[in-house]
Design a protein around this ligand. Structure first.
Ligand SMILES: *[C@@H]1O[C@H](CO)[C@@H](O)[C@H](O)[C@H]1NC(C)=O
Ligand SMILES: *[C@@H]1O[C@H](CO)[C@@H](O)[C@H](O)[C@H]1NC(C)=O
Length: 332
């Protein structure tokens, strides 16, 4: 005979009804369709209990010794007579609530117990939606809303895998169903995850936020001076999201549609002003920058006409030297 029984017998001896706790205090979590067993803390008895009564609200689940039961529990319950424990199968959301058991021992002591059953429906169809589709940087507010089917207990938000907390720019509403930005900036771009959970299941929904900006800070790198017949290569960059597309122009004519302009054998006519225009293909905003290029001939590679002139001048010097009776040999 254990201490509990001694106390119970003692209580009944003095005519009190005992408040002995025969069920755990913690709520029991179960999913729709599952089975649950409410296990009492009682040792199996040799002498059967005088009566066991399980109730859910006002409804009698099972009552002994008459074995009466509400119709909705037919085929769903198993009563363990020796401990007073009860198993309930085919759980539905309607089974959510408080359960009470009253046991009268063979000795006439009353034992009571109550526990709470929380039924959870699996989280499914989790989804994050945005109050705006295309997001330019702006001062107006933006909401991300996180919803799912099933039993929602908690929502948590993460950005790029790190927990997201409220800040000067971020406020949460309706138990974190809504993540509200005061105004979006390019720093708010990223992968937002909403994790919806209940004690038995969870699901995540992801929203990739792209805050559109640019093009800004268009820069051209490449030669300012290039030797005739060598390679001319200019490249253009800009800060932009999504990445810019680029067009190169010279004298009002498009010469390339790429971030790079190249010419393998530059000609003298390639000298001039090159303009790179960057375009954000979503906002259609543009920005441009210009760059001067000079194609030069090398100093020892003179034109054919200039070379002929030098030879003629040389002959004149030689002839003059013979006539004048003296000799100048230096002629190249
Ligand atoms: C309980 O669910 C099982 C399937 O999981 C089914 O075969 C049985 O008929 C159900 N019983 C009741 C009483 O609904
Ligand atoms: C964002 O949600 C909050 C709270 O529900 C609401 O007051 C506000 O008007 C919403 N803003 C937008 C832009 O939808």
């Amino acid at each position: 005979m254990n201490l509990m029984n001694l106390i119970v017998i003692g209580a009944s001896f003095w005519g009190f009804s005992s408040d002995a706790v025969v069920l755990p205090h913690n709520p029991v979590n179960a999913a729709v369709g599952d089975a649950v067993r409410f296990t009492t803390s009682l040792e199996p008895t040799q002498t059967p209990f005088a009566s066991i009564q399980w109730k859910f609200g006002n409804k009698t689940i099972i009552s002994t010794p008459s074995n009466t039961s509400s119709p909705e529990y037919l085929g769903r319950i198993t009563l363990y007579f020796s401990t007073g424990s009860l198993e309930l199968t085919n759980l539905t959301l309607e089974d959510n609530g408080e359960y009470n058991v009253t046991i009268t021992t063979a000795e006439g002591a009353l034992l009571n117990g109550s526990t709470t059953l929380n039924i959870w429906e699996d989280v499914s169809n989790a989804l994050v939606t945005s109050s705006a589709q295309q997001l330019p940087e702006e001062e107006t507010s933006l909401n991300l809303t996180c919803n799912a089917s099933g039993s929602i207990h908690t929502r948590e938000w993460m950005k790029n895998g790190f927990p997201l907390n409220s800040s000067a720019n971020i406020t949460f509403y309706h138990e974190k169903q809504v993540l509200s930005f005061r105004g979006v900036t390019r720093e708010d771009s990223g992968r937002y995850t909403c994790r919806i959970s209940n004690p038995l299941s969870h699901q995540e929904a992801i929203y990739s936020m792209i805050v559109i900006y640019g093009p800004e800070n268009v820069q051209i790198s490449g030669q300012n001076e290039v030797l005739l017949k060598t390679k001319l290569k200019l490249s253009c960059s800009a800060k932009s999201l999504p990445a810019s597309s680029y067009v190169w122009e010279k004298n009002g004519t498009i010469v390339a549609r790429s971030f790079e302009f190249t010419k393998d054998n530059s000609e003298l006519s390639d000298s001039g002003e090159y303009i790179c225009q960057a375009t954000n293909d979503i906002s259609l905003k543009t920005s441009e920058e210009s760059h001067r290029v000079l194609v030069t001939a090398p100093k020892d590679q003179l034109s054919a006409g200039a070379i002929a002139g030098i030879i003629i001048a040389c002959l004149v010097v030689v002839v003059g030297a013979v006539v004048g009776g003296f000799f100048i040999y230096k002629c190249q």
